[in-house]
Design a protein around this ligand. Structure first.
Ligand SMILES: N[C@@H](CCC(=O)N[C@@H](CS)C(=O)NCC(=O)O)C(=O)O
Length: 206
């Protein structure tokens, strides 16, 4: 049995969205950060970093949203959320998943941390213009990489679209513009996936 430990409106949605795309049976366990549940001894025993998503399957524990999406995808190779191992398609899928985590998400998260997420006394507003510039640069690279294709991998939705799409949803939620018109339709396409709606509904109900 797969359990995804998460917070509502967090990167845990990447994991539950993947489960929904793949038709996997899973439980979403909503933790409450305000009650200190990310720092409880039980949770820290699973993930010493005290972060979500954290996947637990019997005695197997996995952290990092990208690794979790890839692990889940390999349970249903027929779905093609990750293309077959050893293919150029798989390599490109990894390229964009890692791009989402390292190039697109990081400046966005820097903006968010120093705008609202960190306690006010830890915020350094002077970093925001640089982070915005980096985010726009990454968005430009993404738009060029996507070109006029429907999905990053070409014909089919993959884990790359899931990871990038979730990050674009955050950009939208945080009112950080990407200034790439072609990404507007792409974001709509990715974020209107029924599997995402199901994962969000499950999260809200938890
Ligand atoms: N690189 C990690 C980041 C995980 C992460 O930072 N998760 C946030 C929620 S979106 C968290 O658990 N924050 C709690 C904390 O930092 O204490 C991933 O992609 O899974």
């Amino acid at each position: 049995m797969i359990t995804i430990h998460g917070l509502k409106q967090s990167r845990a949605l990447r994991a539950t969205w993947a489960c929904e795309e793949l038709g996997l049976v899973y439980t979403f366990r909503a933790l409450d950060a305000m009650k200190g549940e990310l720092r409880s001894p039980d949770f820290l025993a699973l993930n010493p970093g005290g972060k979500v998503p954290t996947l637990v399957e019997d005695d197997f524990v996995l952290t990092e949203s990208g690794a979790i999406v890839a692990y889940l995808a390999d349970k249903r190779p027929d779905v093609g959320l990750m293309p077959a191992a050893g293919t150029p398609e798989r390599a490109k899928c990894w390229q964009w998943m890692l791009f989402a985590l390292t190039e697109l998400e990081q400046p966005l998260w820097t903006i968010s941390k120093h705008t609202f997420a960190l306690p006010e006394k830890l915020r350094v507003p002077a970093i925001i213009p640089t982070a915005k510039k980096e985010f726009l640069r990454a968005a430009g690279v993404l738009a060029t990489g996507l070109g006029d294709r429907e999905w990053l991998g070409g014909d089919a939705f993959t884990g790359a679209d899931l990871m990038v799409g979730h990050t674009l949803a955050w950009a939208r939620a945080f009112s950080v513009p990407w200034e790439q018109p072609t990404l507007d339709a792409y974001a709509e396409r990715v974020l209107s996936r029924p599997a995402l709606a199901r994962a969000s509904a499950k999260e809200q109900a938890a």
